[in-house]
Every structure is written in C-alpha cells, then in structure tokens.
Design a protein around this ligand. Structure first.
Ligand code: GDP
Length: 583
C-alpha cells in the first residue's frame, strides 16, 4: 500500500526530502537527472514533486493539501439562478468570425458614445428579446485553447462559422475538436450566404463527415444560414443559440463570493492596470477585495466592457475593473475574499510559487515529462514576443509552446504588452533571439538600432502567419534528413587491381542501373564489408555514365581502408540526399 503524503502547490526541495525521508542530495540528484536545477531552499511545483517521487520508485502518493489560503478549485456550486449563455465564435480564418461578431454587436449592443470607434473588447453582452447573451471576442482558437489549459470551462455554446463558398477547412475541424473536447454545444452558422458560389448542401455534407448531422438529415446539429455582410439570418442565429442554451439549463449561484476568470488585462493611461473579469459565479461589486493570480485589487470603477458604470456584475457578465496592484494574467482565476490581508497573502503565495517556477526555467510537470521522454538533444529557437494586449500575448505564447518537436523548441526569452522597445532589443541581442510583434509595431529609431545590431523584428496581425514564420525558423534548426536512393547492384566477376585505397574490378549489373558518381556498399554473404565511393564506370574500354541491368562493366572505387574484394561479392550502388525537414 502506498503511503499518502500531503503537500501544497509548491514545496522546497529540502521539505520534500524530509517528507520522503530521503537525504536531500538524493532528491537534488534525481531533479538534476530530470533537467531541473534546484537547490535545497528552492521550490518545485506539485507536478514536479510527483514526477520525482515516482521516478524514485517510492511507495508514496502525493496529494494536494487543502489549505485555507489555497484558491478554491473550479467547481460551480449546484443550483442557483438562471444565467446568460457565454458564447464563443470559432472557425477557419477569413470565414467571417470577426464580421459576425461585429454584425451581432452593432445590430444589438447599445450604441457606444465614442463616435462608433470599434476598439478591441474581449467580451460583450447583447439583449435579444429581453434575454441576455454574452459573446467572447477572443483572438480565436488559441485563446480558447489557452483558457482551457488554465482549467477553464468558460464557454457554453460555440458558434462554428463556415463560409458557404469555402466549406469545412482545417481550422473548422480544429474548432469542432476543441468544442467536442470541452463538451460545448455547437451551433453552425453558414456565413457569406450573399455570395455567389454559396453552396449550403456541400457544407452540410462536409459537416456530416464530422458527425455534425443537421436536423433535416436526421441529426441534432442546429445550422443557421447567415450573412455577416447583409445581416440576414443574424436574429435567427441568436434565437437558436438561446434555444440550445435553454436545453442546458444554465444556472449559477448569485449570493456567494464572486469567482471567475480574467479574460483581458492591460495598462490604461491614467487608470493603471485594467482587467476584464468574466464572472462565473456570485456577484462582484465595487469595493470587493479580489485576488487574481499573483496580484489583488480593491475593486474600483466597475464597468461594462462598453464603459457603462455597473453597480454589480452577476454570473456570465464581463466587467472591467481597476484597482489591481499589478497586471493580472489572461486566464487567471479571480475570486473575492473577505479582506485585504487575505487578498495580499494569497497573491504573495501565488507570486512565490510562480517565481520558484521561473527559477528553474518555468518547468511544470508536463514539461518535465516531455524532457524525460526526450531522446534527442534539444535546440532552442529564442524569441521575444510583444503584443497589443495581454490576451493576445498569452495566446501567442501558448501557441508557440505547442510547436515543440523532438529536436527544436521555442524559448520565449522575453515578452510583454506594448510596442517593441530598447529593452526588447537588448534581450534579443544577448540571447540571439528574433523579436515577434503581434498587432504592435516598432518605432523607426528601434528599427534602425535593430538593423545595426542585426536583430530581426517581425510584426504580424494574423496569428497563423506569425506561427508559420516561427515554424519556418524552427525548420532551419532541424538537421536535414538523409535519404538514400538505391541505384543498382554489380556482381563481381573479375578483379583487376587492388591498392590500399583503390579497387578496379568488373562484373555484371544484376539489378537496376549503375551511375557515377555514387556511393556503394560492398556486400559479402549478406554482410556489408565496406562503404566506398565509385569513381569510374567503363563499358568495354569506354568510360560510361550509366550501365544497365544485364550489361557487363568495369568499375573503380575509392575507399579509406583496403578492401580485399573477391569474386562473388556484390557492390550495391546508392546516392545520399539531404532533405530539408518541415515542422
Ligand atoms: P475571420 O478571419 O474569420 O475573422 O474573417 P473576417 O470577419 O475578417 O472576414 C473575412 C473576409 O470575408 C472579409 O473580407 C469580410 O468582409 C468577408 N466577409 C465576412 N462575412 C461575409 C459575408 O457574410 N458576406 C460576404 N460577402 N463577405 C463576408
């Protein structure tokens, strides 16, 4: 029977050794074996501790210690009151996700005062037939995946946008997979119905291949034909989203301390850190003490994402708030606590554990496992990532993390929100990194400095293009694959000359064709006795470029060691090609 030992989210190496009743050097050695350099007083996270314990072959099971100051886990209280559905829009690039979100927003949302400037907002609510729907305006699949990785089940319904004139594409499939994995309901919006070439039946056929059968085809998938351009079908789409959400009977407790996720955070001039929190449970009010990741706030200025003052934010409401001491991170869980002292202590605790993570290179349990699995020596592509807002930054970084292949990993040596600055250049210079900007630019003086120091700054507005560029750079680091092409075989029937480094012999081509230049293996009784380089072929007295199966020929080869060739040996000719690999 395994003994159970309780530990907190992080533990010092010394404390772990003590709990495991092992000399601390043994634990340190095991960590080192697994690529984690940590001293006795450094903290490792729970997952790392668990892996080390199992690697040591101990009959010990680690368990999370439940402690007063540990953040409540993601679990919704039973029952509660009805809440609006939270909807995300997903689909292939250019199929109209942004246009659809804009169309929904402009048709329904209370008009903004700021002269109709559409700025990036991470979520918004609309009222449709007296019912409220929350739309997430996240930067696409990466954000969704990132939120899921943070353990969040944020979305109730996914609107899967498929362009009627283009059909199901790779990112449509990816969206279907995401939604399925998350157990989220899908409503299909076939968009661009106004376009010539719109072919609804083809789309439905393709959807059926992914087990999304429409009602008329005997399935249950709701499909709505829309045009983000003309606005046709948008009302029906929202009706359907509400209908699908109703089946789910979405509820959340209202009179408990508020809890939810940070879905956006950036510095706002004159206001300091500004975060958008999506309330999942409870009611958030001005003056509440909120902890999010390694920071906390006394909530000031609670507003809707379109800037109206809010007295309170109830479940499914996205709310802007100020008052944070530092920027929280996208995907951080937030919750309301009783007073400032607890808020500060919890934030500090998270901060310490995150710092200890970075002290050994941000190693989480999952990453450690991958290192244990790793057989090849790893090359790093160093990058500095800058983005316009925290949400996009996290999305980009999380997508980059997924790119690692067995030999090349992307290492984010620096990151931040805002334009590319001198500090980024410095970082890139010292670590030989490429600077990637997402939705941000570099001022011309920075560009000049970069070009002087041969630092590459690359800016993108489309995440997939940025990722593709990183992939191309990773490809350059991959050693090429060596591919052999078999040419033909000579059966040796006569030997004319053998020196220490050269052989001239003759025989019959029994297979394929011989060409020169080529490499060859000399094979005797199925065993390779030498690898050599063919230098000349002769058909009769004439030099020949090629000799074919059934023909007799003379052959010369070079070798680094003496090859005592004999009659009856076979010389198998081949060429070797270095083929660039792709990721
Ligand atoms: P996203 O990449 O999925 O966010 O796609 P966008 O919303 O940026 O749309 C891509 C392109 O398709 C843009 O040029 C849009 O103007 C266009 N588009 C989007 N929806 C429609 C539509 O319903 N009809 C037509 N004709 N064009 C559309």
């Amino acid at each position: 029977m395994a003994t159970t030992i309780e530990i907190e989210d992080t533990i010092t190496v010394g404390a772990l050794a003590e709990k495991l009743m092992l000399p601390v050097t043994k634990v340190i050695a095991e960590l080192m074996k697994n690529g984690v350099m940590a001293t006795v007083n450094e903290r490792i996270d729970f997952d790392t501790a668990q892996i080390i314990t199992s690697e040591l072959g101990l009959e010990v099971e680690l368990q999370h210690k439940s402690e007063e100051l540990t953040a409540p886990r993601h679990k919704r209280a039973e029952g509660g009151e009805s809440r609006p559905p939270v909807v995300a829009v997903m689909g292939h690039v250019d199929h109209g996700k942004t246009s659809l979100l804009d169309a929904i927003r402009t048709s329904q949302v209370v008009k903004q005062e700021a002269g109709g400037i559409t700025q990036h907002i991470s979520a918004y609510q609309i009222t449709h037939n007296d019912r409220v729907v929350t739309f997430l305006d996240t930067p696409g699949h990466e954000a969704f995946a990132a939120l899921r990785e943070h353990g969040a089940q944020l979305t109730d319904v996914v609107i899967l946008v498929v362009a009627a004139d283009d059909g199901v594409k790779p990112q449509t499939e990816e969206a279907i997979r995401f939604a399925r994995k998350a157990g989220v309901k899908i409503v299909v919006a076939i968009n661009k119905m106004d376009k010539e070439g719109a072919d609804v039946n083809r789309v439905k056929q393709q959807l059926s291949e992914h087990q999304l059968l429409t009602e008329e085809w005997g399935g249950e998938t709701v499909v709505v034909e829309v045009s983000a351009k003309t606005g046709a079908g948008i009302n029906d789409l929202i009706d359907m989203v509400l209908l699908v959400a109703d089946v789910e009977d979405l509820k959340a407790a209202v009179d408990v301390p508020a809890r939810g996720l940070i879905i956006e955070a950036h510095m706002e001039q004159g206001r300091g850190p500004l975060a958008v929190a999506l309330v999942e449970e409870g009611t958030l009010k001005s003056g509440d003490f909120v902890v999010a990741g390694a920071t906390y706030a006394k909530v000031r200025n609670l507003e809707s994402t379109t800037g109206e003052k809010l007295a309170k934010a109830t479940p499914s409401t996205p709310a802007q708030l100020t008052g944070f001491k530092a920027l929280p991170s996208f995907g951080d869980e937030f919750h309301v606590v009783a007073n400032e002292k607890i808020a500060r202590q919890m934030a500090e605790q998270t901060d310490t554990s995150r710092r200890s993570d970075t002290s050994h290179g941000n190693m989480t349990g999952g990453e450690l496992l991958r290192i244990i699995d790793r057989t090849h020596e790893l090359q790093n592509l160093n990058v500095v990532v800058k983005a316009d807002v925290q949400g996009s930054l996290t999305s980009v970084i999380d997508s980059l993390r997924t790119l690692e292949v067995s030999e090349v990993a992307v290492k984010v040596v620096g990151s931040g929100v805002g334009i590319v600055n001198e500090n980024d250049l410095h970082m890139a210079h010292t670590s030989n990194a490429i600077i990637y900007g997402f939705n941000v630019n570099a001022p011309s003086n920075i560009k000049q400095l970069a070009s002087r120091d041969h630092i590459s700054i690359r800016t993108f507005n489309i995440i997939y293009e940025l990722i593709d560029d990183v992939k191309a750079e990773m490809t350059k680091l991959l050693a090429p694959e060596i591919v052999e092409h078999e040419l033909g075989t000579l059966l040796v029937k006569g030997i004319f000359k053998i020196t220490k480094t050269e052989v001239i012999c003759g025989g019959e081509v029994t297979k394929g064709k011989l060409t020169v230049p080529a490499l060859a293996r000399v094979v005797r009784d199925k065993e390779t006795i030498a690898e050599v380089e063919i230098t000349n072929l002769k058909r009769g007295p004439q030099d020949a470029k090629e000799v074919f199966e059934g023909e007799m020929c003379g052959l010369s080869f070079k070798s680094s060691n003496r090859v005592n060739i004999e009659e009856g040996d076979r010389i198998q000719l081949f060429t070797r090609e270095a083929v660039e690999r792709t990721i």
